[in-house]
Write a protein that binds this ligand. Structure first.
Ligand SMILES: *Cc1c(COP(=O)(O)O)cnc(C)c1O
Length: 427
């Protein structure tokens, strides 16, 4: 790291000039007076996303009910049509992807489909650092099937509160485990779990495994052909910049197309049957079988526009820049921030870290309030983490340089002491 980077502003500007993705910044609604570091919670709006929202709004205005049939069913098939454009990001087949609901509802759908406990195998394996909603969904299904959490939930613990070790996950794969649900990247520490290794080990033991890609899709390429998981879920409002509350995604491995969807709905019918309106359900023969109700047109629309940018930029180049810009942030943090009580809480190795830097400080909460008043939009996670995501498509090296200057100033001059410790509802 020492030789690769320098500690001055000129160097940051040079990195920006050399950045092969630099032109994409102008596609987004970036405020020059603000340093937006929260693309891992809600990606920025783009001109492309705004245009596709306007197009759907206009088509509704002009067509009324006829919107469904226009352009050979463009909108009737919208969840699949836009879902297909995600396939290259995770190395899956278009037919294995649908857009519907949210991570939470797609998890309920996937668990209702794949969790079939019997006397011998009835446990679900999770990790203690996953996001709460994933755990709530798992617990709901365990209860629905008549078990208690004590009986059927296995939780892999973390030794340091930051990371979950692959060997500990494998160790917990006992004969009574029916299903595993894990995040690809841990939302607090940005640890990237070795999905290929874990999936292979699960399958060796006959265990179904699904991944939550919330913090990797759009930041890290996946090769699902190779990893071969059973299912996956994700949201589209984080790195995919689909907008607040944009539609969720569900991947069903093609080898499971013949399974019955756990939670059926009329949009899961074969296309040629749906409008016969018969009470007998004939499931579509691809991931479309897992659709439920009418497609969320207005929350798929911005994603359609946003995905154009990913097609042009390419997920490999996005990951390359993301690795360099986060490494640059860690380099500057080591030079200027460690002495003020900050710690780097994410793994350092490229193959073990996601798209954000997890900066820890015992005053993290009040520092993140002070950051806002200094024109930075960070993201705070209890109890002591400031998550900083310099996003490859729209953040610059100069912004990272300025961010570190501000972080140093807030700690050095103890500016955070002006703020109350009382917590608001969302930060
Ligand atoms: C962001 C996130 C969620 C959010 O779930 P929604 O149902 O989309 O609100 C769930 N799980 C993880 C791991 C997340 O990071």
């Amino acid at each position: 790291m020492e030789n690769k980077f320098q500690e001055n502003l000129e160097f940051a500007k040079t990195l920006d000039q050399r950045d092969p993705l630099k032109d994409f910044r102008s596609r987004f609604h970036v405020k020059e007076e603000e340093i937006y570091m929260d693309g891992n919670s809600l990606g920025l709006s783009s001109h492309d996303a705004q245009a596709s929202i306007k197009r759907v709004a206009k088509d509704w205005e002009n067509e009324g009910i006829k919107i469904w049939g226009m352009e050979k069913g463009r909108y009737f098939n919208y969840p699949k049509l836009v879902g297909e454009k995600l396939a290259h990001l995770i190395g899956a087949e278009a037919k294995e992807i649908i857009l519907n609901g949210s991570i939470t509802t797609n998890l309920h759908q996937a668990l209702a489909t794949f969790y079939k406990p019997d006397q011998d195998r009835y446990k679900i394996l999770v990790d203690e650092l996953n996001f709460p909603t994933d755990i709530y969904a798992v617990k709901s299904l365990i209860n629905l099937k008549g078990y208690t959490e004590d009986e059927a939930l296995v939780t892999v613990t973390s030794k340091d509160g930051r990371e979950i070790l692959e060997e500990d996950i494998i160790e917990a794969m006992k004969d009574d485990v029916a299903l595993i649900l894990l995040p690809s990247v841990l939302y607090r520490s940005a640890q990237l779990i070795n999905m290929e290794q874990i999936t292979e080990e699960a399958h060796k033991r006959g265990i179904i495994i699904g991944w939550d890609l919330a913090h990797s899709i759009g930041a890290i390429p996946h090769n699902f052909k190779k990893i071969d998981p059973d299912f996956a879920v994700w949201c589209t409002y984080k790195y995919l910049n689909g907008g607040p509350g944009s539609v969720g995604g569900l991947y069903i491995n093609r080898k499971h197309f013949t399974r019955e969807a756990g939670l059926k709905g009329w949009f899961g019918n074969r296309d040629d049957r749906q409008f016969r309106l018969e009470h007998c359900f004939e499931q579509a023969e691809d991931a479309g079988g897992w659709l439920q109700g009418s497609p969320h047109m207005l929350s798929i629309a911005p994603l359609e526009g946003s995905l154009k940018i990913f097609e042009e930029a390419g997920i490999q180049r996005i990951r390359e820049k993301s690795l360099i810009i986060t490494e640059y942030l860690m380099f500057l943090a080591e030079k200027r921030l460690l002495k003020w009580g900050y710690k780097i809480g994410n793994p350092r190795e490229n193959h073990r870290r996601g798209g954000h830097v997890s900066l820890e400080h015992e005053e993290a909460y009040r520092i993140s309030l002070a950051l806002r008043d200094h024109g930075v939009v960070p993201d705070y996670r209890e109890p002591n983490v400031i998550r900083l995501a310099p996003v490859a498509l729209y953040n610059t090296y100069e912004e990272v340089f300025r961010l570190v200057e501000i972080l140093e100033k807030i700690a050095e001059e103890k500016i955070f002491q002006k703020y109350s410790l009382e917590r608001g509802t969302v930060l």
